[in-house]
Write a protein that binds this ligand. Sequence first.
Ligand code: ZN
Length: 178
Amino acid sequence: MKGVVFNILEEMVLDQYNMQTWNNILQELELEGVYTAGQSYPDEQLFLLVETISEKTGIEMTTLVGAFGEFMFTRLAQKYPIFLESESTLKHFLMSIHDAIHIEVSKLYENPHLPHFAYEELSDEELLMRYTSPRKLCILAEGLIRGAAKYYDQDIELSHPVCMHKGSDHCDLIVRFL
Ligand code: ZN
């Protein structure tokens, strides 16, 4: 995972808690906590951090990961506005994610764990996003979609009827534009 994701996680803890909490977490995990935005760090380190934040704050993992996704979208939009400039609506943006991820990431490094999104427009108001990734970070994806909806000021209903965590080989995320 890119250092920028770790930076944003730190920002979230500072934003919602304080420096002391972040430092306690680093200390407990014996991590230095210095992350360069463009550099890659082991995923396991991010998962450990999130788990420890959950323990320290008493916030359930799913809630925390979802909230992190939402927070991350807002921060990424501030840091890299260029990604969003070309898309005028939430739906167009969501439909551009698959290609954007693959183009941007392949520029930087080869990554066998890239998430894959397939799309189906169920109706004018409903978009099905089929997510497959060995990382199974569908809850993070949910949070990112909610963050994007907020950015585009678009009310949505999000459902997740099929899930890799319930034995399926993919997740179906259905976004309903209200
Ligand atoms: Zn899922």
